[in-house]
Design a protein around this ligand. Structure first.
Ligand code: MN
Length: 230
């Protein structure tokens, strides 16, 4: 049995999960388990013990406090979730747990590992549109995939069309990470950490695309396969 611990979205008095995430995991034979936020190291350690792999889902902006900046362009923040996910990523890296990070998740992953992000892509004059006014099932812009990367292994091609719902992106990459995909404006669209078993972050939302795009499906399959060996 492959258990995937999944982080939750947060509203004032509730946590929640968009259905698309657990459906993608179920389709790969995994058992998704929700991980409600906690700032206690012992709880986070138990979560990691329970999970064969960790899925970091999309959501609100990360508090710039975690990368040493004052707020400038950051929108809604979910403080409990931030504190929890930073701890969770650090624990997962320490244990070499397979980790798949989507959208906000990629940004949390990069910051927890020592990198930072642009608080708002609008500061970059050359930035393309990264917030599509179209359904999430619509692939909106192209990304170029780094040959030889883990991502390339699952996609098997140097170009992929993806959806896009982000106004932030990686600025400085965390030590030990590499860029596995960029948009044509050079925006970082995927990162990975080759010294680990499976650490992959994508800036787009494959959970909305996997039913129609076999390459997006293969990302979930590859992640669950790596987790099943834990
Ligand atoms: Mn994008």
């Amino acid at each position: 049995m492959t258990v995937i611990g999944v982080t939750c979205g947060e509203e004032e008095t509730k946590v929640f999960l968009e259905k698309a995430y657990f459906k993608a995991l179920q389709a790969c034979g995994a058992v998704p388990v929700l991980l409600p936020p906690s700032s206690e190291g012992a709880v986070v350690a138990r979560y990691c013990g329970l999970s064969n792999g960790i899925l970091l889902t999309g959501g609100a902006d990360l508090d710039p406090f975690y990368f040493g900046e004052e707020p400038r362009g950051t929108r809604r923040i979910t403080p409990e979730r931030d504190a929890f996910e930073i701890l969770l990523v650090q624990k997962a890296l320490e244990l070499n747990k397979p980790l798949f990070a989507i959208c906000r998740g990629l940004q949390v992953l990069n910051v927890a590992a020592g990198g930072d992000i642009y608080q708002d892509l609008a500061v970059l004059p050359e930035a393309l549109d990264h917030w599509q006014r179209a359904p999430a099932t619509h692939s909106f812009h192209r990304v170029e995939i780094t040959p030889g990367s883990l991502l390339f292994r699952f996609c098997g091609q140097e170009s992929l069309r993806v959806n896009s719902f982000h106004h932030q992106a990686v600025k400085h990459l965390a030590p030990g990470f590499l860029v596995s995909a960029r948009a044509l404006d050079r925006t970082v669209e995927a990162i990975e950490a080759p010294l680990y078993k499976f650490i992959l972050g994508v800036q787009w939302h494959p959970e909305a695309l996997w039913e129609q795009d076999k390459y997006q499906h293969s990302l979930f399959q590859g992640f669950v396969a790596a987790a099943s060996e834990m």
